[in-house]
Design a protein around this ligand. Structure first.
Ligand code: NDP
Length: 256
C-alpha cells in the first residue's frame, strides 16, 4: 500500500541519474521527502525539480521537501560531514537507498589499473559501508529504518572482464546479508536489489564513453529501464513493517 510511504524521508546516493534518479521521482510521487546525493550538483538540482513536478502532479499532501547534497561517497571526509549538511527537518531518515556505483573498463586482471580497482571498491563497497554506518545506530535508537542496497547480477555470478566490479558487488551482497542477520531482533529492514541489464549511463561509463560499444551489450534483448528497478525499490519500501523483502533479483526477460 503506497500510503505507507506518505511523509517518509528517503536518502538516495547516486540520485543524479539512472536508477537513483528514477527512484527519487517515484518516491516523490508517493509523498516522500528526499535527500538527493551525488557528485554532480547541477544534475542533482534537475532531479530535484523533476521530483517537485512529480509530487505536484501526484497531488499528495505529505512529503515534497527535496534537498540536494553534493556527495562523493568515496571521500571519507565528505561522508564524515554528511549528517551536518542534512536540513534539520530531514534528519530522521526512514529509508536509505545505497545506489551509487559504477563499473569502469572491461580489462582482464593483468591489465586493470590500481586506480580503477581503488575507484570501484571505494565507491561501490567502502562508500556503501560508510554511508550505512552513518545511519545504522540512529535507526537502532529510533527502532525504525530500512536499508536498501543496490547489488547486481554481478554479485551473484562473475564474468570475464568484470573481475573487480563482480568482486565489489559480491562484497555488497555479503555485507547486506550479514547486516540483515545482525538486525534480526530489530524492526530495521535490509533489502538487496540485484538488477540485470538496465539501460542507463552505466554502460557508457563501463566502456569509457564509447557509446557504440555500450549499445552493443543490449543487442538481441530489451534491457530494463531505470524505472523498472525504481518500482522494485519503492515496492520493497512500501511493504507492511513486518515484511522484509530480503532479496530482489530482476532480469530483462531475455537475459539469463
Ligand atoms: P548511472 O551511471 O546512471 O548512475 C550511477 C549513479 O551513481 C550516478 O547518479 C552517479 O552520480 C553516482 N555515483 C557514481 N560514483 C559516485 C560516487 N563516488 N559518489 C557518489 N555518487 C556516485 O547507473 P545506474 O543507475 O545503472 O547505476 C546505479 C546502481 O545500479 C549502481 O550501483 C550499479 O552498479 C547498479 N547496477 C546497474 C546495472 C545496469 O545495468 N545499469 C545492473 C546492476 C546493477 P554522479 O556521477 O553525479 O556522482
Amino acid at each position: 500500500n503506497a500510503s505507507r510511504l506518505l511523509g517518509k524521508t528517503v536518502l538516495i546516493t547516486g540520485a543524479s541519474s539512472g536508477i537513483g534518479a528514477a527512484t527519487a521521482i517515484l518516491f516523490a510521487k508517493g509523498g516522500c521527502n528526499l535527500i538527493l546525493t551525488a557528485r554532480r550538483a547541477d544534475v542533482l538540482k534537475k532531479v530535484a525539480d523533476a521530483c517537485t513536478a512529480a509530487h505536484k502532479e501526484a497531488g499528495v499532501q505529505q512529503g515534497g521537501v527535496f534537498s540536494t547534497i553534493q556527495l562523493d561517497v568515496s571521500d571519507k571526509s565528505q561522508i564524515a560531514g554528511l549528517l551536518d549538511r542534512i536540513p534539520a527537518e530531514l534528519r530522521n531518515v526512514d529509508v536509505l537507498v545505497n545506489n551509487a556505483g559504477y563499473v569502469l573498463g572491461v580489462e582482464r586482471v593483468g591489465d586493470i589499473s590500481s586506480s580503477d580497482i581503488e575507484g570501484m571498491f571505494s565507491t561501490n563497497v567502502f562508500g556503501l559501508i560508510a554511508v550505512t554506518q552513518l545511519f545504522i545506530n540512529d535507526f537502532k535508537q529510533r527502532k525504525t529504518g530500512h536499508v536498501i542496497n543496490i547489488g547486481s547480477i554481478a554479485g551473484r555470478e562473475a564474468y570475464a572482464g568484470g573481475s573487480i566490479y563482480c568482486a565489489t558487488k559480491h562484497a555488497v551482497s555479503a555485507f547486506t546479508g550479514a547486516l540483515m542477520r545482525e538486525l534480526v531482533d530489530t524492526p530495521i529492514r535490509v533489502t538487496e536489489i540485484q538488477p540485470g541489464m538496465v539501460e542507463t549511463e552505466f554502460s557508457v561509463i563501463r566502456f569509457r564513453g564509447d557509446k557504440s560499444a555500450a549499445d552493443k551489450v543490449y543487442e538481441g534483448l530489451q534491457p530494463l529501464v531505470a524505472e523498472d528497478i525504481a518500482e522494485e525499490i519503492v515496492w520493497a519500501a512500501s511493504r507492511p513493517p513486518h515484511v522484509n523483502l530480503a532479496e530482489v533479483f530482476v532480469l530483462p526477460v531475455n537475459q539469463a
